[in-house]
Design a binder for this molecule. Structure first.
Ligand code: BES
Ligand code: MN
Ligand code: MN
Length: 451
């Protein structure tokens, strides 16, 4: 591949990336459905311009982009997975520049989706272009599977792969939606956590009540909900589901040994990434264990009662909370659903009616990183950034990985992000040097796969 490519094409690439990032493809908000389609079309058009065939596959939600490079008989086939959808932007006031007006400051591009995952999808498109230009033809067969429902728990891609499993038949599958372990430390992921997302609604009366007339005797739905939530997790961080921890497959000695040899400073982590005053959770487990190898229970939002300007003296009759659990090897989505339902039953007082609605979920995944493609990826990283990957786990989830892995191809979970890029947060960003390096790394990776 032409080593001058990234240098020479930077201005054009920044303009292209800017165009892609400016599309507000927020998949969870119905008002942005047409923007999601525009983002899908942008990817398809881009693939077309690169000489690939590209089409939009339609489900009941946002389309999937499917692309294929011109056939290179005899060369291996690589499937590239990514997502063009992004998270909502709130709290919007905290953005220094608007989330869909990509802005460059101090070597970073700031925009929603800059690192998760549009910037990384773009990186792979350019790596393909660079490798192709270097040879006058693509070095390998590349297929692109770029979805638009990753951030909202959509089912379309799972259904597609169930109906047409041959789409995932490849010699290797590359998922570039994660980050380096730290600057200068590229990573491959041996596991991602699963997810169980639900909404818990509590009702304590037929209607809202005057808090003077009935205060002192009437049950309060918000109070009841909060007490239930507090009972679902103890103060020490332990989730109140007795069978949960017994089922967890603990990390192997080799994994723990690997994690222990990573550079890690808990104070810096707290200050620069968590940005809080203290770490919480199970103190007898390391930060790595707590974020990679143990389940979590989180409250994402609570609503009910009166939250407008001014004051209203009301005892709310209904309250709801959005909650989720992260799942680790040993804990399936199905098991977590049962556990959560049983636990809600235990903590609900008799006077409350409650309803638990599951919104989406995913099983945890584990991948074996010993196959040859991982060595190839290491060589590419080593050549371009001077260090092979470290094997870590991810605390986040990518539901489709389970479906991608089913065909038996090695799934390379990696990425060009950095830990403090602020994915899902205000002022999400991508370090441009990571992008340029990434184009060179993956361009070389494609070439090395051909050898
Ligand atoms: N790219 C992330 C997943 C990720 C983040 C993996 C950090 C490893 C480390 C992905 O876009 C994401 O945010 N996934 C959601 C999935 C959920 C909506 C089912 C997540 O993890 O919350
Ligand atoms: Mn992502
Ligand atoms: Mn995400």
């Amino acid at each position: 591949m032409d080593p001058q490519f990234t240098q020479r094409e930077q201005p054009r690439m920044l303009a292209e990336l800017n165009e892609f990032l400016a599309i507000p493809s927020i998949s969870t908000l119905p008002a942005h459905a047409s923007d999601c389609r525009r983002a899908a079309q942008w990817v398809a058009d881009h693939l077309g311009a690169l000489g690939c065939t590209a089409s939009l596959l339609e489900g009941d939600g946002h389309p999937i982009v499917w692309g294929e490079s011109p056939a290179v008989p005899g060369a291996p086939t690589l499937l590239i997975y990514g997502h063009y959808d992004v998270q909502p932007t709130d709290p919007i006031d905290e953005w220094v520049s608007p989330p869909f007006e990509p802005t460059i400051r101090s070597g970073h591009v700031f925009a929603r989706g800059a690192v998760d995952d549009k910037g990384q999808v773009y990186c792979l498109l350019k790596a393909y272009e660079a490798a192709r230009d270097g040879h006058g033809r693509p070095p390998i067969n590349v297929r692109f599977l770029i979805e638009g429902e990753e951030e909202c728990g959509g089912h379309f891609i799972a259904e597609l792969l169930k109906a047409e499993p041959e789409r995932a038949h490849a010699d290797a599958i590359l998922v570039c939606d994660m980050s380096y372990y730290a600057k200068g430390w590229p990573a491959v992921y041996t596991a991602l956590r699963g997810m169980c997302y639900a909404e818990l609604e509590v009702r304590t009366a037929q209607r809202d009540l005057h808090s003077g007339t009935y205060g002192g005797v009437a049950p309060n739905a918000l109070e009841t909900l909060c007490r239930m939530l507090m009972d679902l997790k103890q103060r020490d961080g332990r989730i109140a589901m007795p069978d949960l921890y017994a089922r967890v497959d603990p990390p192997t000695k080799a994994e723990l040994h690997g994690w222990n040899s990573l550079p890690f400073d808990a104070r810096e982590f707290l200050r620069d990434e968590v940005t809080g005053k203290a770490l919480t959770g199970l103190e007898d487990h390391s930060v790595f264990e707590r974020t990679w190898a143990l389940p979590t229970f989180e409250i994402h939002g609570i609503s009910g009662g009166f939250v407008g300007d001014g004051a209203k003296t009301v005892i709310p009759a209904v309250a709801t909370a959005k909650i989720s659990m992260r799942l680790v090897p040993g804990l399936s989505y199905e098991f977590a659903r049962e556990q959560l339902r049983d636990a809600c039953g235990r903590v609900a007082p008799d006077y409350a009616d409650w309803d638990l609605r599951f919104i989406h979920g995913a099983d945890p995944v584990q991948v074996n990183v010993t196959q040859a493609a991982f060595k190839t990826l290491d060589r590419a990283f080593e050549e371009v950034v001077g260090r092979a990957t470290v094997a870590i786990r991810g605390g986040g989830s990518i539901p489709v990985v389970t479906d991608l892995a089913r065909g038996g191809a090695p799934v390379l979970l990696t990425g060009i992000g950095l830990p403090d890029d602020g994915l899902h947060s205000p002022n999400e960003r991508l370090d441009l040097q990571q992008l340029w390096d990434g184009i060179n790394v993956f361009g070389r990776f494609f070439e090395m796969l051909a050898e």
